[in-house]
Ligand binder design. Structure first.
Ligand code: UDP
Ligand code: MN
Length: 319
């Protein structure tokens, strides 16, 4: 009896080994019918994925990097990516979308993310569009062409749904490589919402760079752009901590492109519907001796009742 059980056990083990061998053989020989993973690999050679036009024209000479400062705006990104593709594919330009995803523990820093994006793409691209993820261009007359003579402000104050002061240059701004370098990029001192674009306006002005805007559009503030921003769901971080208010109302001559401190944690090439994008996971570093307000808790907030309404009343403090 004991011998019989032993024989059965051996047979069972041998059968298991044989089945495992045959199954692994099948798996290794089977054709791979899922898309090959390009994980972590950049698509530098994949020109179609990078929206390169086949026709050579005056505009295709230059390459545009759409730089989108980003954190926790996934729903907006799902709308933005396919929209910007269908919008820009009607124009004869070469472009690629970069999502600058801030992954550190500090408050959001739109300007530093744009500096980082510029440094990461400047070897391959001739001009940038600083582009809010929630501002969708709707009028096909808005051309994202190379801004030869000076920055081109696409979302001008006469057209932007929310901001109407004359020196406003936020939302969507195109700048060529030479000009962005000339002004040392943007200030790195703006943690939290607001004013970094106004400081950049002063940099441009001091450098003698003239901002132009799309001429003669008839669609006005109602229908030139769609601002997909729910103010209750996506609250603006307007807290002012330490001496933030005083410092961020002054022109910054200390920080910019030359000293933005960061690390790219990783790069992901992804597709949203039919749109290829590159996500850069950016870890910003904060020098708390210069900008202690990069972290701000209840204890440090300098209270000001007026701040609550500031986004409605936003005016350019540099005027
Ligand atoms: N942003 C983000 N996450 C944030 C805050 C801002 O991704 O927590 C990005 C996003 O691209 C957004 C842009 O920064 O469109 C400008 O911020 P916001 O929309 O709050 O400014 P607004 O122009 O509406 O006052
Ligand atoms: Mn917005």
């Amino acid at each position: 009896m004991e011998v019989l059980v032993k024989n059965l056990k051996i047979k069972y083990v041998l059968t298991c080994i044989a089945v495992t061998f045959v199954v692994s053989l099948f798996i290794s020989l089977a054709p791979i019918n899922v898309e090959q993973c390009k994980c972590g690999k950049t698509e530098e050679t994949d020109i179609d994925e990078r929206h390169v036009h086949k026709s050579a024209s005056k505009h295709t000479k230059h390459r545009l990097a759409i730089l989108v400062p980003f954190r926790d705006r996934f729903e907006e990104l799902l709308i933005f990516a396919p929209h910007i593709k269908s919008f820009l594919d009607k124009q004869d330009i070469n472009y690629h979308v970069f999502i600058l995803n801030q992954i550190d523990k500090y408050r959001f820093n739109r300007a530093s993310l744009i500096n980082v994006g510029f440094l990461e793409v400047k070897g391959e691209f001739d001009y940038i569009a600083m582009h809010d993820v929630d501002l969708l261009p709707m009028n096909d007359q808005l051309k994202y062409y190379y801004p030869e003579t000076g920055p081109l402000h696409i979302s001008s104050p006469e057209l932007h749904p929310r901001y109407h002061y004359p020196t406003f240059i936020g939302g969507i701004l195109l700048v060529n490589r030479k000009h962005f370098l000339k002004v040392n990029g943007m200030s790195n001192k703006y943690w939290g919402w607001g004013l970094e674009d106004d400081e950049f306006y002063v940099r441009l002005k001091e450098a003698g760079l003239n901002v132009t805007r799309p001429p003669n559009l008839l669609t006005g503030i109602q229908s030139t752009f769609k601002h997909i921003h729910d103010r209750n769901h996506r609250k603006r971080d307007m807290a002012k901590c330490f001496n933030q208010r005083e410092v961020t109302r002054k022109r910054d001559r200390q920080t910019g492109l030359n000293n933005v401190a960061y690390k790219i944690e990783n790069t992901i090439n992804a597709k949203i519907e039919n749109t290829s994008i590159t996500i850069l996971n950016v870890m910003l570093t904060c020098d708390k001796s210069i900008t202690p307000w990069c972290l701000c808790d209840m204890l440090n907030i300098v209270s000001d009742k007026k701040i609550k309404n500031q986004s409605n009343l936003k005016t350019n403090v540099y005027r």
